[in-house]
Design a protein around this ligand. Structure first.
Ligand code: ATP
Ligand code: MG
Length: 414
């Protein structure tokens, strides 16, 4: 992609009215645009990040055997009345059409997915299975002040699994927890993300949140560093700590962002819709259910929160909009940079090419640090045909011949 053709522009300053790091940097760099509190447009560079996160998640959900579907955002009132959540879910958006009919905008999809799968379920032989979607959610969030971390409209991956027994549901649940770990590793926040015990509500002993440690997190967790496990505020009782083998003396209080969670719903929703299956003898038995959420923009915002420095963002290679930022530092080297750009493209390397003649070298380098692509390549008069390579997270750069540079990049992005 040539920067001369990119329709977005970097702002001189981060937006004054934003307090969170992710909103300040992503908006300044033109990755996203805020439409109103908690509602964002994703622009070319930002959308590439979101899509890469989406693909990592999709791959892991498919490995679990999840079957991808897509459910609507606009829901009729009836299923929400049936589960009681029309009244109790305080962040549910409700709307009326011109004929005074009432609807909900989905903030979660148990009310839709349970009747949906029930159409196809009759006997124990149909279980287990899991369906998932990556889809737009709506929630009436009162505290939508932290950029992508808390949207009123946001993409979520929500998976729902269906089982004949609690034990089967538990064993699938554990596999999902492992898949989540792999996802957080791949998007670059694995090191600071911890499985956190939370109360399971009425249905099971615990649910689990995945919490990423950062000083700007809204949640407080208590981390047992030796075990790499945490408990959240409400479960931090002596009984619970004993149960999960954490030593109260050694817990460290941390601020964190909840990037995902998993829940055993048992029969809460299948019973509400009277979904049963026939056992071997034809007798009806209950269906057990688990649900598993991940907020895609929240993950993207979290990466910015935890991996940025004073110069800007620093994308991990798996989710960077482009692997390489190629910069023609002066007008004079444009032809040389053009032909190297072609070579990189031919080698299958994803490149953002700063081919703008009117920007000063200083402006280009400052903007490049703000964008935070993993590798910066500078072509400059003083380098005399060699390429200056700098890894965003390292201090020093190195000078390489062009063919060496391509090998270096290929090794790095592999
Ligand atoms: P929170 O306590 O932060 O409000 P939640 O418990 O309401 O989160 P869930 O209903 O379990 O979250 O949603 C599943 C996942 O969706 C969360 O783990 C989070 O990653 C994401 N998520 C939830 N609310 C938002 C939001 N307003 N904006 C962006 N992502 C969100
Ligand atoms: Mg919430």
């Amino acid at each position: 992609m040539r920067q001369s053709q990119l329709f977005t522009r970097t702002k001189k300053e981060p937006p004054r009215d934003e307090v969170s790091i992710n909103a300040r940097l992503l908006i300044q760099a033109g990755f996203i645009k805020k439409e109103m509190a908690g509602v964002f447009s994703f622009l070319p560079l930002g959308l590439r990040v979101l899509k890469k996160i989406e693909n990592i998640i999709r791959k892991e959900m498919n490995l679990l055997g999840g079957q991808e579907i897509l459910m609507p955002a606009l829901h009729s009132k009836e299923p929400w009345l049936k589960t009681g959540r029309w009244e109790t879910m305080t962040d549910l958006y409700k709307l009326k059409d011109s004929a005074d009919r009432e609807f909900a905008l989905g903030g979660t999809h148990e009310e839709i997915v349970v009747p949906l799968v029930a159409e196809f379920l009759s006997s124990y032989k149909d279980l287990p299975f899991a369906v998932y979607q990556i889809q737009d959610k709506f929630r009436s969030e009162l505290r939508a002040k932290s950029g992508l971390l808390r949207g009123r409209e946001f993409f979520m991956k929500d998976m729902y699994s269906f089982h004949r027994s609690v034990a089967d549901c538990e064993s699938f649940y554990e596999k999902v927890a492992l898949a989540y770990k792999r996802i957080f590793d791949q998007v670059g926040i694995g090191r600071m993300t911890f499985m956190t015990f939370a109360s399971g509500g009425l249905f099971s002993k615990y649910s689990h949140e995945f919490q990423t440690i950062t000083p700007y997190g809204e949640d407080t967790i208590y981390l047992g560093e030796a075990k790499g496990l945490a408990v959240n505020r409400e479960v931090n009782t002596p009984d619970v700590l004993k149960d999960i083998g954490l030593d109260e003396e050694k817990l460290v209080e941390k601020k964190a962002i909840e990037v995902g969670n998993i829940f055993q719903l048992k029969v809460r929703f299948t019973e509400a819709f009277d979904v049963k299956i026939k056992d071997e003898t034809g007798k009806l038995e209950p269906v057990y259910m688990g649900c598993y959420g991940l907020g895609l923009p929240r993950i993207m915002g979290t990466v910015v929160e935890v991996l940025s420095d004073e110069h800007g963002m620093a994308w991990p290679k798996n989710i960077a909009p482009y692997a390489v930022h190629l910069i023609a530092l002066q007008k004079e080297v444009l032809p040389e940079a053009e032909s190297f750009y072609e070579e990189l493209n031919k080698s299958g390397i994803e490149v953002l090419f700063d081919d703008r003649g009117e920007k000063s070298p200083g402006e280009k380098l400052v903007e490049s640090d703000l964008f935070g692509l993993p590798i910066r390549l500078v072509i400059s008069e003083r380098n005399k045909g060699k390429i200056e390579i700098k890894i965003r997270t390292e201090k020093e750069s190195r000078l390489l011949e062009k063919n060496e540079a391509i090998n270096f990049i290929k090794n790095y992005v592999e």
